[in-house]
Design a protein around this ligand. Structure first.
Ligand SMILES: [Zn+2]
Length: 107
């Protein structure tokens, strides 16, 4: 029998432990309790970092969408960039917003 075949899994309850249950674990298995508390602290740090990264990405995407909404073609020129060669579509801003240099990428 392969090692994988002998492994059984039990779903882990997401219900929080009661204060009494936590104290029982702390009293009977202090090292396990210490490990879980450390793991919980690390998980909290990682979750906070993830939430901050998501907030930064959302804010950056909102700024990019605002730029894209302001720079679009109308009769071969950008509606916002109206000066000289800068006005020819795709304007430099639209190319930069597209990332790859192709304004078609933003559609
Ligand atoms: Zn433009």
């Amino acid at each position: 029998m392969s090692p994988e075949a002998s492994v059984t899994t039990t779903p882990i309850s997401r219900a929080p432990l009661s204060a009494v249950e936590v104290e029982q674990i702390r009293n009977t298995h202090p090292l396990v309790a210490e490990f879980i508390e450390g793991l919980s602290e690390v998980l909290g740090d990682v979750t906070g970092q993830r939430d901050a990264a998501v907030a930064r990405a959302d804010a950056a995407e909102a700024r990019l969408n605002k730029v894209r909404a302001e720079h679009y073609p109308d009769d071969g020129t950008c509606v916002t960039c109206t000066e000289g060669t800068q006005a020819a579509w795709p304007c430099p801003t639209a190319r930069a917003a597209a990332g790859s240099g192709s304004p078609e990428d933003q559609t």
